[in-house]
Design a protein around this ligand. Structure first.
Ligand code: ADP
Length: 192
């Protein structure tokens, strides 16, 4: 099984690109953000606890998302692999992922990072707010906190995976089509 990580700051376009990637490479898309929003919509206890953290631009506890990921790995069959979107987001989550995969003798295949500058993060999220109506896209303060959380907690993962020779970065500032072409070229070279 292939285990790809789609990396990048909030608003980089991970979700948009993920849809095309999973189709082309027969992967299952796992977005922890989406899974959490489903819990919120369902009004589950987990969703209720997650909502206030998400709306504040903070992260939900590592154990919560780690459990979600492991259960997806264990239940989804018939795919060539997984495309993780929004996970891991902390060094502890990356270490937990390594441990989960080690149970079946597997490892992370590659990290595909879509990079955009901070100013563009805000522009993209403001634009998405008018389309998707996500609560965590609505407030400037929440967006600022997410950018801060990204730099503090998530960006260190670049070094974590670079040290393993698994980190690949592409420019996310182009159009959706341009970025998709670059992602496909990169992934073809990884598979070739
Ligand atoms: P974005 O595209 O803005 O990065 P996501 O849909 O990936 O948004 O995530 C939305 C929110 O869900 C995050 O700001 C965070 O609060 C929570 N979340 C998602 N994935 C994780 C994770 N791996 N660990 C902790 N919190 C997470």
């Amino acid at each position: 099984m292939k285990y790809y990580i789609l990396f990048g700051p909030p608003g980089a376009g991970k979700g948009t690109q993920a849809t095309a990637i999973v189709e082309k490479y027969n992967l299952r898309h796992i977005s922890t953000g989406e899974l959490l929003r489903k819990e919120i919509a369902a009004g589950s206890e987990l969703g209720l606890r997650a909502k206030s953290l998400i709306d504040a631009g903070a992260l939900v506890p590592d154990e919560v998302v780690e459990g979600m990921i492991e259960s997806e790995f264990n239940t989804v069959k018939g795919v060539a692999g997984f495309l993780l979107d929004g996970f891991p987001r902390t060094t502890a989550q990356a270490e937990a992922l390594d441990k989960i995969l080690a149970k079946t003798g597997e490892t992370v295949t590659s990290v595909v990072s879509i990079m955009i500058p901070d100013e563009m993060i805000k522009e993209r999220i403001r634009h998405r707010a008018t389309i998707e109506g996500r609560a965590d896209d609505a407030k400037e303060e929440t967006i600022d906190n997410r950018i801060k959380t990204y730099h503090e907690k998530t960006e260190p993962l670049v070094e974590y995976y670079r040290a393993q020779g698994k980190y690949r970065e592409i420019d996310g500032t182009g159009t959706i089509d341009q970025v998709r072409t670059n992602v496909f070229t990169l992934m073809d070279s990884l598979n070739g």
